[in-house]
Design a protein around this ligand. Structure first.
Ligand SMILES: [Zn+2]
Length: 298
C-alpha cells in the first residue's frame, strides 16, 4: 500500500508539473477525481488507496463503491467531487462486491436519491452481517442487468465466483471499459486479502468469462502501478498465474505436502517478476492448498 501511495504521489506531482526531485517531498493528495481519457463522462474517484468509477449523464449520475470503510468523510468528498461536475440527480449506487473496504459509506448517496444495487449474494451477506455504515442494497442482480441512463449503457455482469462470491463486472460496451474490483491484480500476485475468502478454480472460469466481454481497458478498485488502467494482457497474465498455481499446488497436495511444506516448497519462477511475488506467494499457496488438500471452499 505504501508503494502504491508513493507511486500516486509521483504521478500526481508529475501531472501538476513538478520535477521528480520536488515530487519526492510532495505527499499524495488524500483524494482525486480524474476523467477517463477518451471518454466524455466516465470518471474515477480515488480516496487514498481505493477508487471507484462514476458516470455522469444528463439524466443523472451512476455511482459505484462508496469506499468509506472507517472514514465516512470519503463518501462525502466523493459526492462533493461529483457536485463540482454536475447537479444532475444521483440515480444509482452499485456495489462491486460485498467487502466493506469498497462499499461502506453509501448513506450519503442513498440520501441523495440513489437506488442501491448489488449482486444477490452481496445483499444476502450484508443483511446478515449488519455492518456499521453499510447500506443494504435495494435491488439485486443475479446474472446480468442493463442500465440505460441519459444515453449511456452500463451492463452489470456476474461472471461467477472469484475473489468473492458477489463480484459484479460493470461493463460500458460503447466505451469498452470495465470496472472490476479485487479479482485482477495488475501485474501483481494477489495479496493476502485478495485470496483470503476466494474461490479457486471458479476464479479462473470467472476471468475467462470476463475476458469474453468486449472491453479494452479496466478500472481497478485499487490504483494500478503509476495509476494506470488494466489491460486484457493483465487479466490474461492473472489467469495464467492462477492456472499454474493451481496445477502446482494440486501436485503438492497429491504428494501430501499441504499445507506444509507446500507453502515453502511450491514456487512459480515463471511468475517471479510479478509485483509482490515474494511477499504474497505463500498466501496463494496456502489458499489453494486449502482447496486441493482439504476441500475448503468452492
Ligand atoms: Zn474485496
Amino acid at each position: 500500500m505504501l508503494k502504491y501511495l508513493s507511486l500516486i504521489a509521483l504521478l500526481v506531482a508529475h501531472s501538476i508539473g513538478f520535477s521528480e526531485s520536488a515530487s519526492a517531498q510532495t505527499p499524495a493528495p488524500l483524494f482525486a477525481t480524474t476523467k477517463v481519457e477518451g471518454t466524455e463522462n466516465v470518471y474515477i474517484f480515488r480516496y487514498q488507496n481505493h477508487q471507484a468509477m462514476f458516470i455522469v449523464t444528463p439524466a443523472g449520475v451512476i455511482v459505484t463503491d462508496p469506499i468509506s470503510y472507517g472514514r465516512p468523510q470519503a463518501a462525502k468528498a466523493y459526492l462533493e467531487e461529483i457536485r463540482k461536475i454536475t447537479k444532475a440527480p444521483i440515480r444509482y449506487l452499485i456495489y462491486s462486491h460485498h467487502h466493506y473496504d469498497h462499499i461502506a459509506g453509501g448513506k450519503v448517496f442513498k440520501e441523495a436519491g440513489a437506488i442501491v444495487i448489488a449482486h444477490r449474494k452481496a445483499k444476502e451477506r450484508l443483511a446478515v452481517l449488519k455492518g456499521i455504515d453499510v447500506v443494504i442494497p435495494d435491488q439485486i442482480v443475479d446474472g446480468r442487468r442493463t442500465i440505460n441512463l441519459g444515453g449511456t449503457r452500463l451492463d452489470l455482469v456476474y461472471t461467477g465466483r472469484n475473489h468473492s462470491d458477489s463480484s459484479l463486472v460493470m461493463f460500458l460496451p460503447k466505451e469498452k471499459i470495465i470496472f472490476a474490483v479485487d479479482f485482477n491484480s495488475l501485474g501483481a500476485v494477489p495479496s493476502r486479502l485478495a485470496v483470503n475468502d476466494s474461490y479457486p478454480i471458479e476464479w479462473e472460469a470467472s476471468l475467462k468469462k470476463t475476458l469474453a466481454l468486449n472491453w479494452e481497458r479496466m478500472i481497478p478498485g485499487h490504483p494500478g502501478p503509476m495509476g494506470r488502467l488494466g489491460t486484457r494482457k493483465d487479466m490474461e497474465q492473472q489467469l495464467q498465474f492462477l492456472t499454474d498455481l493451481s496445477a502446482e499446488v494440486k501436485k503438492a497436495s497429491d504428494a501430501g505436502k499441504c499445507f506444509d511444506p507446500a507453502t515453502k516448497e511450491v514456487r512459480l519462477p515463471q511468475h517471479a517478476t510479478l509485483q509482490g511475488y515474494e511477499q504474497n506467494i505463500e498466501w496463494s499457496i496456502h489458499r489453494w492448498c486449502g482447496y486441493w488438500g482439504r476441500g475448503i471452499g468452492g
